[in-house]
Design a protein around this ligand. Structure first.
Ligand SMILES: Cc1cc2nc3c(=O)[nH]c(=O)nc-3n(C[C@H](O)[C@H](O)[C@H](O)COP(=O)(O)OP(=O)(O)OC[C@H]3O[C@@H](n4cnc5c(N)ncnc54)[C@H](O)[C@@H]3O)c2cc1C
Length: 455
């Protein structure tokens, strides 16, 4: 395996080989946008002309929109994750493990934080990686809007690790209640969960929890079922799912309420304490508290390398996706803020936006390396929004010229389109042949694997 300090600038190389003549393109963040970009860069140009390096703080990728399923236990992330090293070997890029810490724009280096092993011992010290062009694709984190107690007493769905942590706590709590019910069948023991944020993430998680709870009895928790689950969804705005037309949001709310979810709209959370969420309308008791209200750029982006950031820590980019103060640095996905000319609102933080930005970044990097002056401007094509209420329902709206504007969809058709979003991602990161094979394997797994991940 290559030592990642080899990616240093030519004079500092440690292996005695002549410096690489290839243009070094460093992509930090192998998520929905970054992984698609390195795969395409690698597939088209990797081994011949560019030295493409992906840096991510994790060894594997899992598509973020699946995290609520990982959290509820209805998806085993081990089956769906993509190992960066194997993927890089196949597609012609190098993978370096590490967490971005700083950018030195004068010497064109990224600074990577020390890498520690499980026991906290240093594996690789703080080091630098040279770039000719840098793409930042490190995503976003939940925005707690400074609400007291959230960091200490809430769980988040920002990463695979946090989703796993939520699942473990959920299972522990279900086991605890199950034991109490076995000892005393008349007990009113229940698992109480509060979800803050009535956007897609909160709504999808609420429904997925009922799906998971209904399956637990088949896996050893015989006395537990979904009637022992209390889920409260708390939204500060006047209604849930503001990105969807009101009629669809209402349909989703009815479906959630039919499942047993208590939906509180127009309710602002003012503080979170152990075991309870304090709102302006009263106290919601909750064993588990999940914060899923809004996103912002990671803290480290604030002032990084002197680049321009907005009020929520996202990097401000031009229509070409180059950062406003450095044309050699491009930002894509949730960590980028782009307000289309003539529009008031920035492009929303969505997987489809990251996917579309990766395509433009690919073409613009090629134009930059070729020394062509004309770069392409990014135009966001909103294909619509879909929200999955687990196996119970799917609602959403599609946009496009073919269907003549916006079309509301529900049920099977909506489910099919929702699933196809992940399939598009699989094909984008694995190519057609492997992508289709993995889709087929996914179907087989649904039949032969347990419905829940219980550890
Ligand atoms: C539960 C949930 C459901 C969602 N559902 C949908 C949906 O249905 N449709 C939709 O369009 N969008 C959905 N989204 C939003 C979507 O997941 C994001 O918009 C999308 O993943 C953004 O892609 P990205 O490439 O910008 O960042 P991400 O996919 O978040 O990837 C960021 C990558 O950067 C890495 N990273 C972070 N910090 C560092 C660092 N300092 N150094 C090195 N690496 C770093 C991370 O490990 C990660 O691999 C959902 C999000 C969540 C949480």
């Amino acid at each position: 395996m290559l030592d990642q300090t080899e990616a240093e600038s030519p004079p500092a190389r440690i292996d005695g080989r002549p410096p690489s003549l290839k243009t070094q393109i460093v992509v930090v963040g192998g998520g929905a946008g970054g992984l698609e970009l390195v795969r395409k860069l690698g597939a088209h140009y990797g081994r011949e002309r560019y030295d493409i390096i992906l840096v991510d703080r994790n060894h594997t990728h899992i598509w973020k929109p699946l995290l609520h399923e990982v959290a509820a236990g209805s998806l085993d992330a081990n089956l769906d994750e993509v190992g960066y090293r194997g993927h890089g070997h196949r597609w012609g890029y190098r993978f370096f493990l590490g967490s971005l810490e700083a950018i030195d724009r004068d010497s064109r280096h990224v600074v990577i934080a020390p890498i520690l092993d499980e026991d906290g011992s240093e594996l690789i010290g703080r080091h630098r990686i040279r770039y000719d062009y840098l793409v930042l694709a490190i995503g976003a984190v939940s925005n707690d809007f400074g609400t007291p107690g959230t960091r200490a007493h809430c769980l988040f769905l920002d990463s695979r690790r946090e989703a796993d942590r939520f699942r473990q706590k959920l299972l522990d709590q279900c086991l605890r209640v199950s034991r109490q019910l076995s000892a005393d069948p008349k007990s009113d023991a229940r698992v109480e969960i509060a979800i803050v944020g009535g956007g897609a993430t909160g709504v999808e998680l609420a429904a997925e929890l009922f799906n998971a709870a209904s399956a637990l009895k088949h896996y050893g928790l015989e006395v537990f079922d979904e009637s022992r689950l209390t889920v409260t969804l708390i939204e500060a705005g006047p209604r849930i799912l503001p990105a969807l037309p009101e009629k669809l949001a209402e349909a989703a709310k009815t479906e959630l309420e039919n499942l047993g979810v208590r939906v509180l709209t127009g309710t602002k959370v003012t503080e979170v304490r152990p075991g309870e969420v304090i709102t302006d309308a009263g106290i919601v008791r909750a064993d588990l508290r999940v914060w899923a209200a809004g996103v912002r750029g990671p803290d480290l982006l604030e002032g990084i390398g002197g680049l321009e950031t907005n009020r929520t820590n996202q990097l401000v980019v031009k229509p070409t996706l180059q950062t406003t103060r450095d044309p050699r640095i491009i930002a894509i996905g949730d960590c980028a803020s782009f307000v289309p000319p003539g529009d008031m609102r920035p492009v929303p933080p969505r997987a489809q936006a990251a996917h579309q930005m990766a395509d433009i970044a690919l073409r613009n990097i090629k134009a930059l390396v070729d020394g062509r002056g004309e770069l392409e401007a990014f135009e966001y094509r909103d294909k619509g929004s879909l929200v999955s209420l687990s196996r119970f329902s799917t609602v959403g709206s599609l946009m496009g010229n073919l269907i003549g504007g916006r079309m509301a969809i529900e049920g099977r058709l909506a489910r099919l389109v929702y699933i196809s979003l992940y399939r598009i991602h699989l094909i984008a990161i694995h190519g057609w042949l492997r992508g289709l094979a993995l889709i087929a394997i996914g179907h087989v797994n649904q039949v032969i694997r347990p419905r829940l991940k219980l550890h």
